[in-house]
Ligand binder design. Structure first.
Ligand code: KDG
Length: 318
């Protein structure tokens, strides 16, 4: 039975090799990338039965995305569209290096998902699953995507499915005021909120440290669990009145994109296996550390590797 369902846009990620510029490169690595499918892959690789819902053009490009995600064990629940009437979103990623930042360029306007409707998706998967996850990127894509996000969260809630939401504010998609209003409308449907501390400050106008932010949000919106992530300073989680803290596991950062999604995938996978909050934070943090060591959006890892990180074992395996 499907344990976890995620919903959102997946794009083709096109990136030049490190040290090359988009302006001049003749090589682009082609990979699948999208916050909600990144979470799906992270959890599937750890043994969770996962279905990812999306809308894609029925073209070689749409099938390319599905093939890649399926290869990691994710079951697709796709509304396929006429490829002549819709398109696949793409994003370009140019890796940075001090003093030049990493640059993301979206080319996703009018992608197939911008016309998504709940009834063209296999929403019974959401009702039957134990957990439903989506992010604050999806409602930024279009009115239809925002309405579908609300409808799926409502259906999940009515069916008793646990619902989680990662704020994932993207400044290239909308402004903080519009995003905040949309997020706050969704909060009544959310059980577990993941929120990067910088987004809580910038978009939700929260002050104070991560612990104060978690308490403030849990009190105001009655979340069951609030996880505030702090980049390299680790994460805190408030659940049932108790606060838990988790450091990051050290890792050489090869590619940071997708780290937050890997954390969420590891966290949900462990909660679904019956792990408590501290265990879920450890699994999230260790999965995120492993993600940082590899190229691409996806946390291509195994349970054994995550366990080794948690147990402090690393080095050469022979
Ligand atoms: O969290 C990683 C995402 O930012 C990346 O996969 C692209 O989904 C993406 C987005 O909308 O930024």
């Amino acid at each position: 039975m499907t344990e976890l369902v995620t919903f959102g846009e997946t794009m083709l990620r096109l990136s030049p090799p490190r040290g090359e510029r988009l302006e001049t490169t003749s090589d682009l690595a082609v990979q699948a990338g999208g916050a909600e499918s990144n979470v799906a892959v992270g959890a599937a690789r750890l043994g969770t039965d996962v279905c990812w819902l999306s809308k894609l053009p029925d073209s070689p490009l749409g099938r390319r995305i599905v093939n890649e995600l399926q290869s990691h064990g994710v079951q697709p629940g796709i509304a396929w569209t006429d490829p002549d009437a819709s398109r696949l979103g793409t994003y370009y990623l140019e890796h940075g290096g001090s003093p030049r930042g990493t640059n993301v360029i979206y080319d996703r306007a009018d992608a197939a998902i911008t016309t998504v409707k709940p009834d063209e998706l296999p929403t019974n998967a959401v009702e039957k699953a134990e957990w439903f996850h989506t992010t604050g990127i999806t409602p930024a894509l279009s009115e239809a995507a925002a309405e579908t996000t609300t409808a799926l969260l409502q259906r999940a809630g009515d069916a008793g499915t646990t619902r989680s939401f990662d704020l994932n504010y993207r400044s290239k998609l909308w402004d903080p005021q519009t995003a905040r209003a949309a997020y706050e409308d969704l909060f009544e449907h959310i059980d577990t909120l993941f929120v990067p501390r910088r987004d809580a400050r910038k978009v939700l106008d929260r002050e104070g440290d991560a612990v104060e932010i978690a308490h403030g949000l849990a009190t105001e919106f009655a979340f069951d669990t609030v996880v505030v992530t702090r980049g390299l300073e680790g994460a805190v989680a408030l659940h049932d009145g108790s606060m838990y803290e988790q450091d990051v596991f050290e890792a050489d950062t090869f590619d940071a994109i997708g780290t937050g999604d890997a954390f969420v995938g590891g966290f949900i996978a462990e909660r679904l296996r019956g792990g408590d909050l501290p265990a879920a934070l450890r699994w999230g943090s260790a999965t995120a550390a492993l993600k940082r060591t590899t190229d691409g959006d996806l946390a291509v890892t195994t349970r054994a590797e995550v366990r080794s990180v948690i147990d402090g074992e690393s080095g050469i395996n022979r």
